[in-house]
Design a protein around this ligand. Sequence first.
Ligand code: GLA
Ligand code: ZN
Length: 669
Amino acid sequence: MEFGKVLHGGDYNPEQWLDCPEVLQEDIELMKKARVNCVTLGVFSWAVLEPSEGEYRLGWLEEIIDRLYENGIYTVLATPTGGMPHWLTSRYPETMQVREDGGRNLPGRRHNFCYTSVKMREKTRQIDQKLAQMAGKHPGILMWHISNEMGGNFSDSACHCEQCQQAFREWLRERYGTLEALNKAWWTVFWSHVYTDWEQIHSPVPRGECLLHGLNLDWHRFVTHQMTDFLKWEIASVREYSALPATSNFMFFFKPLDYFKMQKELDVVSWDSYPAWHKRKDEVPVAVKAAAYHSMMRSMKKAPFMLMESVPSMVNWRENNPLKRPGMHMLSSMQAVAHGSNTVQYFQWRKGRGAFEKFHGAVLDHKNGENTRTFRDVAGVGERLEKLDTLIRQSCNQPKAAMIFDWENWWALEDSTGPRLDMDYQKVFLQHYRAFWEAGIDVDIISMDEELEGYRLVTAPLNYLYKKGYAKKVEQYVKNGGIYITTYWSGIVDETDLCFTGEHPLRKALGIRQEEIDAPSEEFSNCVVYQGKEYPAGRFCEVVYAETAKAAAVYEKDFYKGMPAISENHYGEGTVCYLAAEFGQELLNAFYGECLKQAGLENPLAAKLPYGVTVSERKGETNLIFLQNYNEKTVEVEGSGSYKEADTGREWQGRIEMEPFECKVLVKK
Ligand code: GLA
Ligand code: ZN
């Protein structure tokens, strides 16, 4: 998506000051000073846009959009379904969600709507169309921001009302055709829970059936399907009057919704990033997590994404909320750009005086106007983005390595009981991702449905569930020369969480035979020797037999001493590596270091990076190298070659000095 400039701005909620015109006047003046070129309007404006049912008041909004536009500031226009007005919820309670315990939510809070409710859809369509009639005519509006953080809600993000139950049953009927097929897929004969009527099926809830893994998995899929259906409904509603592109702001790896599926309905992916900076002195784990989220958002469309929200100072919803230390605002903003964002936007422009977010950071505080550190930080980012504007817009990351992250795998893996109860897909995934981050290698984060061709290396940690056709695709990829890495507890079940029988679907390519898996407690932890160095191995130790594979490391203890813990198998033109045990970061770094060498991948500086420093690259006519220092101290990076800083023109030869929390944007000379 190309907006003609890198966007800088954020959520703006002026309806809180309609009775204070001087505030709105000041906002525009200060936006210009902060180099804000775009705001998001209307995210929670329903009650002001439609104060009572059918009474529409859009004049104030249109006037603000006009005035912003006259001043060179564009609008991202939101549909207001994130917050529901009281006239709606009190007159039509069925528009609100029913929780797992069967109780209907009361009005208030937000993201509270039932995505199946016919009434909710009707009311949504009406307000969305009013907005679209206005937006369709307005040159100041860039795009649609559909609802807000869909599913970001009370408990499990799902609605369990009767309309949703019916929709679930219909969705299942479509998927399975017959009850017989469903019973088979869910293995319901176990514990005598064979369904004999579709009406007997109920969403998984704690006071009812919630131990049937196939049911749970399909419910997760249905929730994504139904929420996406609501998203489609809103997009279709505005499309009747406006051809503008649409997005909806995602959140991190948000377990309730499969973003890989939802994103297909969007023209551009956007998301809200709130890393927990300064939680510990070591910022690396937080930086790694944020980098992974950014990478996934880019990978969805293999195109630049939007950083729709970020906080210019502190949030208000963590146990303790540290201020961003000097340098961190710039670094954090540039990190998003480094991974493919073409925008830096905030929540929010001005702090409200009351209610839940009155102490949440904003560009403008309650006092002091532009005379704050936060304001200067924000203006600094705006200035830098202006300098880099064309270079950013002509480039995007093009990784040669990919990681598989898949929601269906996530749901199934963590829902199943055994061999441990504390399965944590995200944690393990991030450990593997961190090995790339520390090496300064960009990766795409893709689902099992994506093409693998074109990547030199693909890794799939904890890939428990195999979707139909996945094993075949991997086999082909490896035959054609790809390097594929996977771990213990992979290829265990099919799409309905039924265990594979016979052999591992990738047995030939892996060159091993999986037999048992040990989940030892800490005292029984094992270890391996890899390239002459000893490393711990624990939590999961799979007992596998090498068939055609060679062991690169073996267990050093216990009854499976001497059996392969890391194996490598040449298959076709490619290689498959198998990590049979859970390892710590140190071994993962060493192991992936080898794999990267084999794949012929090195970071754009061709340098070994000091701790806390990473690099990523946006490729284009001019390649941009984003060198980032997450240490609160000066460090030196040994780079081979000469570089110029794209925004300051400063030149570096061989050795690059990095200030605390600095991000340099380098171009190779
Ligand atoms: C989310 C929401 C915003 C705001 C911020 C606060 O991202 O979309 O409306 O509540 O959180 O951090
Ligand atoms: Zn419902």
